[in-house]
Design a protein around this ligand. Structure first.
Ligand code: GLU
Length: 471
């Protein structure tokens, strides 16, 4: 095992319920979950809903549904940040009392002017320090009258940490400057609330997206100021689209549950997400149990991980094919019209045949209609190439041969079709037979379909075909 942590591992997944649960969220949750489970540790869920305006109960529900769908179970009761204001207040006051934080009264205009001045001098913008040295009296007097925020007094020097994926990372505190930690004593911002919660939940490993990398020095500085320890960090590579741009909501389908509704299997999604940054030795098909044995943060790449719809759909087709038909029937329940479900035996047969070809669960309903309803197709579709007469003759001959006997086995059907093929060529025998049964340009083979439909229905469809060509 890579880092063989000494203490019991505690990881957390800390989504904000401010939008649809994205595939990026899912990848982060998966890696944090796997790391905990792989090391016999604890996986925590924390709802980061400090942004009251943008946080919505339906998004929180999506978080829970998404994790449940992927099978990422969490331990302990999730913390909800909106319920922890009193806790944050205690720590914000402590920092204010110790003068590690201070009230800032700067207006938007003042801050903007500072920014412009810094940029014009070729400096990276940061807080200029106007309120840094106000006396206690002045601060208290103005706090009672003026709008303000609370800033952290960022210590000088550099901040380094060893990231499990990125290795040694160093930031200069000077570039960061005094950042805002709270709107007021009861309203912390993200960086502050995270530090308190990670400490109080005794989180040992923070596994999260690379977009948070620049927050880490801020969080470490806060931990030091509060006398907390620092967890181990692992920043996962960015997700990129096919053009190697950051995977964005505008350019790609990023809601996890939308994939579920399109008929992707949780196991396929699990395996696909796993490969977004982690590389197994050998085969890329790595199921849940295998992942729990093999997952390792040291095999996670630094470079961006490319999302590929083709690969996901290949993966999904693989998992569909590998499934027992009975299990697949259960997964298909919400994708199949009621009327088809009533024809249980036929449905099982159709699923058994189509599972070799389906890419998604939704594919089944669009591919398999002809098993359940009489196909509708133009008569000339029955004619193979330049052989309309032979095609016609074969439909009649096949019908006659099948009507003559009750034998309806693969061997009998093959022999009958082969006998016709000998006379007229393969195409003129097999094509009209398959089209008469399916009405489709492409479908599973005629014999497979006939066996699923049964003798009577096969005869009926051949009779309809005869009527069509004679009309
Ligand atoms: N709430 C943050 C987000 O949804 C995650 C914070 C973290 O993992 O530290 O991006």
């Amino acid at each position: 095992m890579d880092s063989a942590p000494k203490t019991p591992v505690r990881t957390r997944f800390a989504p904000s319920p401010t939008g649809p649960f994205s595939v990026g969220n899912a990848r982060t949750a998966l890696f944090a979950w796997l790391y905990a489970r792989r090391n016999g540790g604890t996986f925590l869920l924390r709802i980061e809903d400090t942004d009251m305006e943008r946080s919505k109960p339906e998004y929180e529900e999506q978080i829970r549904d998404s994790l449940a769908w992927l099978g990422l179970n969490w331990d302990e009761t999730p913390l909800r940040q909106s319920e922890r204001r009193a806790v944050y207040e205690k720590y914000i006051k402590k920092l204010l009392e110790e003068k590690k934080a201070y009230f800032c009264f700067c207006s938007e205009e003042e801050l903007e002017a500072d920014r412009t001045a810094q940029l014009s001098q070729g400096l990276a913008p940061k807080y200029g320090g106007r309120c840094r040295s106000l006396t206690d009296e002045e601060s208290a007097r103005r706090a009672a009258l003026e709008p303000h925020v609370i800033r952290f007094r960022m210590p000088q020097g550099s901040i380094s940490f060893t990231d499990l994926i990125r290795g040694e990372v160093t930031f200069e505190a000077d570039i960061i400057g005094d950042f805002i930690i709270a709107k007021d004593e009861r309203t912390p911002l993200y960086n502050f609330a995270v530090v308190i919660d990670d400490e109080e939940s005794a989180v040992t490993h923070v596994v999260r997206g690379e977009d948070h990398l620049s927050n880490t020095p801020r969080q470490i500085a806060l931990q030091k100021a509060l006398g907390f320890g620092t967890p181990v960090y692992a920043h996962l590579p960015l997700l990129l689209d096919a053009e190697r741009q950051k995977l964005s909501k505008r350019r790609a389908q990023t809601s996890l549950l939308a994939y579920r509704h399109e008929g992707y299997l949780a196991d396929a999604m699990f395996n696909f997400l796993l490969l977004l940054g982690w590389h197994p030795e050998g085969d890329e098909i790595v199921g849940r149990d295998e992942a729990l044995k093999r997952f390792d943060l040291s095999r996670v790449q630094k470079a961006g991980a490319v999302w590929s719809d083709e690969k996901l759909s290949w993966m999904n087709a693989h998992y569909i094919r590998a499934m027992e038909t009975s299990a697949l029937l259960t997964e298909l329940a919400s994708f199949v019209p009621k009327a088809w479900q009533e024809k249980k035996e036929l449905l099982a047969k159709a699923v058994g045949i189509e599972k070799e070809r389906m890419k998604t669960l939704a594919d089944f309903a669009s591919r398999a209609g002809f098993f359940f309803e009489l196909p509708d197709y133009p008569p000339d579709m029955l004619f193979w190439d330049e052989k309309p007469d032979e095609s016609k003759e074969n439909i009649r001959a096949l019908h006659a041969a099948l009507e003559e006997t009750l034998t309806f086995t693969p061997e009998f059907l093959t022999a009958t079709l082969e006998a016709r093929a000998k006379e007229t060529g393969k195409g003129a025998a097999y094509w009209p037979f398959r089209v008469a049964l399916s009405g489709e340009q492409s479908s599973p083979g005629g014999i497979e379909i006939a066996l699923a439909l049964g003798r009577e229905e096969t005869l009926r469809r051949l009779e309809i075909a005869i009527e069509k060509v004679e009309a």
